[in-house]
Design a protein around this ligand. Structure first.
Ligand code: MN
Length: 414
């Protein structure tokens, strides 16, 4: 392609190999969350509560998936529109129990048999998440840190069965299954005891993570605040940073779980001095943890550029976490996944050594100048080439495919 050949030459003049960048960008797995397809509803028969533990998908655009078959149908279409290596990320509430109510603390691998069969047929791996929210026993706002040992132990048992399921998924599909633990626990206002819940949370995790399971990679995810936990979140950043370091589990950073002006990118070179791996949830907060669809923003580029500059891309586990119920959900997926892959490619095209050398030599105007020029290099041509090689639509061509799918499939879901 002449446009790509020109771009390849332009980057070569900067000392950047576009061929190597395309190959590496395609190979880095992105774990696609299942919950954008159905607005975090899940397949359980709820007994009364729709409380979702401080997260909320707003909007009522038609066409959300209503069962496993529809969700997998959505996955299939999405996977045909996005380039590169992918994984599928499930929550426990996406168990398929054949209509039989099964307690969260009684879930078994067999309830995910259809997911495993599907993943095997697609040659993709599964990741997993316990669902510590949207449940009557989470209605108080506390789960693993609950003061009532009966409720706390229910959630510990849920964590344990989920780890067993994750290990089973890993063994069935090969490789590892990353299981991410996020809890909504916290207080709305003027919390008088911020100590006891955190002490109980340490004890709960120590119990549920006690056993080492084949293929099960545990991660823990912090948060700043949630709906109903504005004043106090038990699992804060400091809590989990310390927990992950002392217990040797993976830390998860969600781009929506920090102060709006806080740079997640700047944390990476600190945390990764001590942590081998890091789970990144790409999300887009708008004024708060709003979980907007990820776009190709400065924040997203900064995260992946920072990982590349530290030669740490291979130590990052990349997963998506957003949900917008107000737009076509296939479109939401494709925009977020392609934006994340673009940011990975952009990072791999960074002339890191050149920039770092100028900085070391004190040539900071030259460095700033190059960084500005970098912004208008023909990145789009390299991105199009990546899509073309992955046999997915180039440029905006995916939009008409989304529209076809809406007409043929989504419009009949009423
Ligand atoms: Mn997250």
């Amino acid at each position: 392609m002449p446009v790509y050949n020109h771009a390849k030459q332009v980057y070569a003049d900067w000392g950047v190999d576009t061929e190597a960048a395309i190959q590496r960008a395609l190979a880095l797995p992105i774990s696609i969350h299942c919950w954008q397809s159905d607005d975090v509803n899940g397949f359980e028969t709820h007994d009364g509560t729709t409380d979702s533990g401080g997260i909320m998908a707003t909007g009522n655009y038609p066409g959300r998936s209503r069962n496993g078959d529809e969700l997998r149908q959505d996955y299939d279409r999405v996977l045909s529109l996005v380039p590169g290596e992918h994984r599928a990320n499930l929550h426990a509430i996406y168990a398929e129990t054949g209509g039989k109510p099964v307690g969260r603390d009684e879930l078994e691998l067999e309830h995910f048999a259809r997911w495993i069969d599907w993943a095997a047929s697609k040659k993709i791996k599964l990741d997993f998440n316990p669902t510590y929210f949207a449940h009557p026993l989470a209605a108080s706002g506390y789960t693993l840190s609950h003061a009532d040992p009966v409720i706390q132990s229910f959630w510990i048992r849920h964590g344990i069965v989920c780890r067993t399921i994750a290990s089973g998924m890993a063994q069935a599909l090969g490789g590892e299954c990353v299981i991410n633990h996020w809890i909504p626990d916290g207080g709305k206002d003027a919390t008088a005891d911020r100590w006891s819940p955190r002490k109980r949370l340490v004890e709960a995790y120590d119990e549920l993570l006690n056993e080492s399971l084949v293929g099960c990679t545990d991660a823990v995810e912090s948060k700043l605040f949630g709906l109903g936990s504005e004043d106090y979140v038990v699992g804060s950043f400091e809590f989990y940073l310390s927990y992950a370091l002392s217990r040797k589990v993976v830390l998860c950073l969600d781009m929506g779980h920090f102060h709006p002006t806080e740079s997640i990118a700047d944390k990476l070179s600190s945390i990764m001095q001590y942590q081998d791996r890091l789970l990144m949830h790409t999300s887009r907060p708008m004024r708060w943890d709003s979980d907007h669809v990820v776009v190709y923003s400065d924040d997203l580029r900064a995260v992946f550029t920072e990982l590349q500059r530290g030669d740490a891309l291979d130590r990052a586990i990349v997963a998506l976490d957003f949900f917008d119920a107000s737009i076509n959900r296939i479109g939401a997926y494709v925009v977020g996944i392609r934006a994340t892959r673009k940011a990975i490619l952009n990072a791999l095209l960074d002339p890191t050594l050149t920039l770092q050398k100028l900085e070391l030599e004190g040539k900071n105007a030259q460095k700033l100048g190059l960084m500005e020029e970098l912004k208008t290099l023909p990145f789009g041509a390299v991105w199009d080439e990546l899509c073309s090689r992955a046999n997915v639509p180039v440029g905006k061509a995916w939009i008409s495919e989304m529209e076809c799918y809406e007409k043929e499939v989504l419009s009949s879901r009423t």
